[in-house]
Design a protein around this ligand. Structure first.
Ligand code: ATP
Ligand code: MG
Length: 203
């Protein structure tokens, strides 16, 4: 390439963390809408390692969650997927994710995109002071959850209204387990991948 069109401008990178077990259209719409409203150059999806807050349930292998995320985002030139949390191993802490992304992306402002449910959990996360120095937080609306600033540092978080999709990975897994379709809830390639790998059948 010929370099950035606007050399003085810092790159704006959205970060969408999640278990993505499986990735669904709610994730994709949230990322797209945050990218539009915050004028982001790119959104990187970061599937978690073995998630500590979900250790009470079986989580699909990281490689399956990674591949579904790649399949779901491959066609969008603004979307990419990072393996950093999977390759680090162990439970994922968002401070580690953001620290690593900062180091990998100089001259870039990070925007951590999170649904209303996850935003309300933020203060239970580790190292919250450092979190807000590493990224701007973008809380997106999610049906069934109240979007509210959970007492974060002033200016550290923006709340964004996104088209309401009442879809969750939990519901997608339950549907597959029952033999119900997940067409149009997840991208077509993800439906086929779930079927091919026989994910969620026995849950
Ligand atoms: P699970 O039911 O297994 O918790 P999930 O649907 O909540 O899955 P996650 O991978 O836990 O998906 O979520 C990743 C991020 O996407 C979180 O910040 C979450 O709040 C957000 N998110 C998930 N679904 C939606 C949705 N339908 N609308 C807006 N944001 C969403
Ligand atoms: Mg969740």
């Amino acid at each position: 390439g010929t370099g950035p069109a606007n050399p003085g401008r810092r790159r704006r990178l959205g970060v969408m963390g999640g278990t993505f077990d499986p990735i669904h259209n709610g994730h994709l719409v949230a990322a797209q809408e945050a990218a539009t409203q915050f004028n982001l150059d790119e959104v990187v999806f970061v599937p978690t390692g073995q998630p500590w807050q979900k250790s009470h349930r079986h989580v699909s292998p990281a490689e399956d969650r990674y591949l579904m995320t790649v399949i779901a985002t491959a066609e969008n030139p603004q979307f990419s997927v990072s393996r950093i949390d999977i390759d680090r191993g162990g439970p994922t802490y968002t401070t580690d994710t953001l620290r690593e992304l900062c180091a990998l992306n100089p001259d870039t402002d990070l925007f951590f995109i999170t649904g209303a449910d996850a935003l309300s959990q933020i203060l239970t996360w580790r190292d919250t002071d450092e979190l807000f120095s590493l990224a701007h937080f973008v809380g997106v609306t999610r049906p069934g959850h109240t979007l509210a600033d959970p007492g974060l540092p002033a200016g550290g978080v923006s709340l964004v209204e996104v088209p309401a999709l009442a879809i969750s990975s939990t519901d997608c897994r339950a549907r597959v387990a029952k033999g119900d379709p997940v067409w149009y809830l997840v991208p077509d390639g993800v439906v086929r991948y779930i079927d091919k790998r026989e994910l969620y059948r026995g849950e």
